[in-house]
Design a protein around this ligand. Structure first.
Ligand SMILES: C[S@@+](CC[C@H](N)C(=O)[O-])C[C@H]1O[C@@H](n2cnc3c(N)ncnc32)[C@H](O)[C@@H]1O
Length: 232
């Protein structure tokens, strides 16, 4: 198999030992191939919206003699998948907005026996907001550098937790604040700078005062996990 990237390895580490995994938006199926060949998963399902990526996936599986252990399936998000298909469901390399759209259409996800693993490329706060307002608990998060870019991943399970238990800033910090590595602090620094610039621009244009107030309120919480000095 091609080099298995630190980003995908970090994501794979959140899948439970012995779980049947479903990789949603699999492209080359590198992630399920790693999970099965490393012995973490006895078998897996690899899905994609398009035929082209599934052809890439079929090639990977043929090269690694894994075609009998990993099923390929054409599916838009979770639409063609049922709760019985897997234990752990992975959403990697896609934007947070798309991930939330997929989750919103699947009523069966509120099942305490299932685990959901996310590696959003953008808007992780949308995924966290969906999770906490739908009774899921984020178990843990991690961050890593891959070719000098920071990536984050987190996993969650349904627990009927109530959204009111969380601070406003939680959708931006999640459980990542517990992860003290450089990639996490780089991620928080990028988030802090983006939000501060957005609040400044909105305020300057006299737009969306509620959003400006919200951002100003949560900025100190995010800042403490960055390498930005207190006076900045
Ligand atoms: C950037 S690739 C990520 C591949 C792999 N998961 C990774 O992290 O390296 C995104 C993949 O998601 C697929 N995709 C996009 N929208 C999708 C949807 N609604 N349902 C399933 N797959 C989708 C794309 O076809 C593409 O193969």
């Amino acid at each position: 198999m091609q080099r298995f990237s630190p980003r995908l390895k970090m994501t794979a580490e959140m899948v439970r030992d012995g779980a049947v995994a479903a990789d949603i938006g699999t492209d080359h199926a590198y992630l399920p191939a790693y999970l099965v060949s490393s012995g973490t998963c006895p078998r897996a399902l690899a899905t994609d919206l398009r035929e082209g990526p599934l052809r890439n996936a079929a090639e990977t599986l043929a090269q690694l003699s894994l075609s009998d252990k990993i099923e390929l399936r054409l599916s838009d998000g979770l639409d063609g998948i049922s709760s019985d298909d897997a234990d752990d469901f992975i959403f990697a390399g896609m934007g947070g907005t798309l991930i939330v759209e997929m989750l919103s259409r699947a009523v069966w996800i509120k099942d305490k026996t299932k685990r959901f693993v996310f590696q959003p490329m953008s808007r992780p706060e949308e995924v966290r907001a969906f999770l906490i307002s739908n009774g899921f608990t984020i178990l843990y998060e991690n961050a890593c550098f891959d070719e000098c870019r920071p990536y984050i991943a987190f996993c969650a399970e349904y627990s009927q937790a109530e959204a009111k238990d969380y601070a406003d800033s939680y959708i931006y910090t999640g459980e990542l604040f517990r992860c003290k590595n450089d990639a996490a602090s780089y991620h928080f620094t990028k988030t802090y700078i983006y939000l501060k610039k957005r609040a400044d621009a909105l305020e300057y244009a006299n737009l969306l005062p509620d959003e400006v107030e919200f951002i100003r309120k949560i900025l100190p919480d995010i800042k403490q996990y960055t390498k930005i000095q207190a006076k900045d």
